[in-house]
Design a binder for this molecule. Sequence first.
Ligand SMILES: Cc1cc2nc3c(=O)[nH]c(=O)nc-3n(C[C@H](O)[C@H](O)[C@H](O)COP(=O)(O)OP(=O)(O)OC[C@H]3O[C@@H](n4cnc5c(N)ncnc54)[C@H](O)[C@@H]3O)c2cc1C
Length: 378
Amino acid sequence: MRVIVVGAGVGGLTLAQGLRQAGIEVVVYERDGELGRPQGISLHIDERGASALRACLPAAQVAMAEATMGGPREQTLTLSEVDGSLVVASRQPADGLAGRARPGRQAHRPLLRAVLLTGLEDVVRFDSEVTRFEQRPDGTVRVWCADGRTDTADVLVGADGIGSAIRRQYLPDVRVVDTGRRMLMGATPLRAVAGTGLPDLIGDSPASLRAGDTMLVLGVLRFTESPATARKGWLPGLSPNAVAGVEDYVMWALPTTQDRLGAAKKPAEVWHRATELITDLPPALCAVLAQAWPEATVALRIGTIPPPRAWPASAVTVLGDAIHLAPGFGANLAMRDAHHLRDALAEAHHGRSTLLDALAGYENTMRRTSFTPAKASA
Ligand SMILES: Cc1cc2nc3c(=O)[nH]c(=O)nc-3n(C[C@H](O)[C@H](O)[C@H](O)COP(=O)(O)OP(=O)(O)OC[C@H]3O[C@@H](n4cnc5c(N)ncnc54)[C@H](O)[C@@H]3O)c2cc1C
């Protein structure tokens, strides 16, 4: 069996690693260059993502990923300011119940992506945008790249994110709705705010503070092992660039709207706009943004996809943000999709089911489990 994966995001790369582990030939086409585009610095990884990583990745990659996550996040904190000092006003368990966050650990997104790429160097084709596909009479699928190259496989997986070209051609009725909401995300070196008491106050837990219409979410990532040391011990094949200069930091996220963001686009412009939007917040939090790395700031579009009707299975399928969106936990869903799809394709590869039955089973599970948490996503 040969599989073409379109998109080297967390979902596509987890799938590619898993297919390799199962002895299935895979090639990944990625529109961007090797460094990718900024998508925010942190991901909260819960048990859905963590178990997909353990199932799909070689042991060394799993060890590296786990060694470089932050400590356990078992509660979420609400902060307030009392007499000029920040205090914890309330704590909620992160138990995944009643719309609350699930427990997990924070991961450095660019480092996790580099770990996912390690070992796939010979199968990932960067700077290769897939523009369309054709299902052929013999059951195979052919894809075309923007530069005119073509390739053919038994299965095509669209793991190409919110703007998926594969979904647009395959499931043209599926709509992405722009909510108009934006999430400005950035990071500040921990050493710059170590003296403020904030990192000790919140520990490893996500924390938020609201003043009027403005809310800021914060999370400290103290690497369990320093990335450079972990690379030497667990995954020497990881590019040294992936760990160079990576240090403990405070992640911050500021929900806003496109109207309030205005024309800011470049990272430094978005950072500057974020500092303007939080002037109602306590000075300790303004200081976190003031000392941020401006170039690490992004403005992420928050979209939603209404649940689609079931479609008949074929040799083309989709996973992750290409078919469902959940801004706070979409990477976990994308990795879980990859895990389920890898298991389904391995069943077909070993002759224990037909390819179409395997794909139909994967898609039924994905539609049932990934569209139900819409309320939690909101
Ligand atoms: C503000 C915000 C915060 C978030 N925080 C979290 C969090 O803490 N935890 C969490 O689990 N999730 C979080 N998410 C969601 C998470 O970022 C996404 O759900 C996740 O990245 C989806 O992974 P994916 O592999 O499906 O798609 P992506 O990561 O988007 O990857 C798609 C890839 O496909 C490539 N591509 C696109 N089109 C083509 C083409 N035509 N040809 C070739 N390649 C193509 C892209 O370049 C990209 O590399 C957050 C999202 C937002 C907006």
